[in-house]
Design a binder for this molecule. Structure first.
Ligand code: ADP
Ligand code: MG
Length: 351
């Protein structure tokens, strides 16, 4: 497989129907996916994820910028390489399998006839996606949703593509199947040394499955980094909320790397860049602490192993993740503190 490099790529759709304005679906995006690694493209619906994949696959041409597989430019510089010559594996959202073909027929679809007939590549792919070889002759409707998505991945990987693109492949699965299928797919991609781009709007999927998370918002790349980077040092308060469920709190810069807020004094991750700040505090940073400040428990969502508690403290609202069995109840007064360092951003200027 090849490394994938996207450089300054934009795609604008003209107004359709009664619309007045064009849509800047992908806006000056640059991204490098190293050979044999998996990058999650994370963002809400409509932020340009599918458009980015279609540009890479060659179903759309960029208005500007270039796309390269290793050193080979496939779009944006000279004659574009047509989709069939890019040899991209594509796993769409759902309904991906050909209903009239059995599992072997689906997996072998893109293979040269010889390999399709010998069947060894098909068995190899079934092993890779952790499905029994006996499934070869099943019809797609005889498989669960998660098994169908694994067959779709096997089909995409069988012809040894240069890169694999997965467009929200687990979104039609229920929560538990989604997690186990996600892990199985990530294992299969690693075992195949695949260079992959996995599109998702689910932050826990992005963080848990990928080597790199690329966050898109309104067509723009907001941040690309390791899952820990994006979670622990989000680019802005909005991303902190999206990826970590963090609550923004107004604060004021203090001495050195400290600041004050409704929770008292907190330690900042970096020296403050302004006097008036927005502090973002993740639920996992808020701890019950007898020496902390008093807060009122407004609401408790009990999940079993843990619980999310919504708190009011000094006019501010905050969420804490605490152990489920020892969670307080709504209406309780508790004392809370902050664990670890806090990221601070300049407060928006008010007029
Ligand atoms: P996502 O996959 O993140 O949900 P898309 O890439 O599908 O987002 O869409 C990004 C934006 O581009 C949306 O505003 C969408 O309406 C618009 N868009 C996508 N495809 C077309 C198209 N063929 N023509 C016009 N607008 C489009
Ligand atoms: Mg999409």
């Amino acid at each position: 497989m090849s490394a994938l490099t996207v450089t300054g790529v934009s795609k604008v759709f003209p107004p359709t129907g009664s619309e007045q304005t064009e849509t800047r679906a992908v806006d000056d995006v640059s991204l490098h996916v190293p050979h044999g690694s998996l990058t999650a493209v994370l963002g809400p619906s409509g932020c340009g994820k599918t458009t980015l994949l279609r540009l890479i696959a060659g179903f759309l041409a960029p208005d500007s910028g270039t796309i390269a597989f290793d050193d080979r430019v496939v779009a944006g510089d000279g004659r574009p390489v047509p989709p069939q010559d890019r040899r991209v594996g594509y796993v769409p959202q759902e309904g991906a399998l050909f209903p009239h073909l059995d599992v072997a027929g689906n997996i072998g679809f893109g293979l040269p006839r010889g390999q399709r007939d010998s069947g060894s590549r098909i068995d190899e792919m079934l092993d890779l996606v952790e499905l029994p070889r006996a499934f070869r002759s099943r019809a797609p409707h005889e498989l669960s949703g998660g098994q169908q998505q694994r067959v779709a991945l096997a089909r995409a990987l069988a012809p040894r593509p240069t890169v694999v693109l997965l467009d929200e492949p687990f979104s039609s699965l229920d929560a538990s199947l989604r997690e186990s299928t996600g892990r199985a797919v990530a294992r299969a991609l690693r075992a195949a040394h695949a260079t992959g781009l996995l599109v998702t709007h689910d932050q826990s999927e992005a963080l848990s499955l990928s080597d790199q998370v690329a966050v898109l918002r309104e067509g723009r790349l907001i941040q690309a980094g390791s899952p820990a980077d994006v979670y622990l040092a989000p680019h802005d308060p909005e991303l902190a909320r999206f990826v970590g469920g963090a609550t923004p709190l107004p604060g004021r810069a203090g001495q050195g790397v400290s600041a004050t807020c409704a929770l008292g004094a907190v330690t900042l991750a970096h020296p403050a860049s302004a006097d008036d700040l927005v502090l973002v505090i993740r639920p996992d940073q808020v701890v019950l602490d007898p020496a902390g400040v008093e807060a009122l428990v407004d609401e408790v969502s009990f999940y079993g192993h843990d619980a999310a508690i919504r708190l009011s403290v000094g006019g501010a609202a905050l969420v804490a993740r605490v152990s489920g069995p020892s969670a307080p109840r709504a209406g309780d007064r508790v004392r809370i503190g902050v664990r670890g360092t806090v990221h601070a951003y300049p407060a928006p200027v008010r007029d």
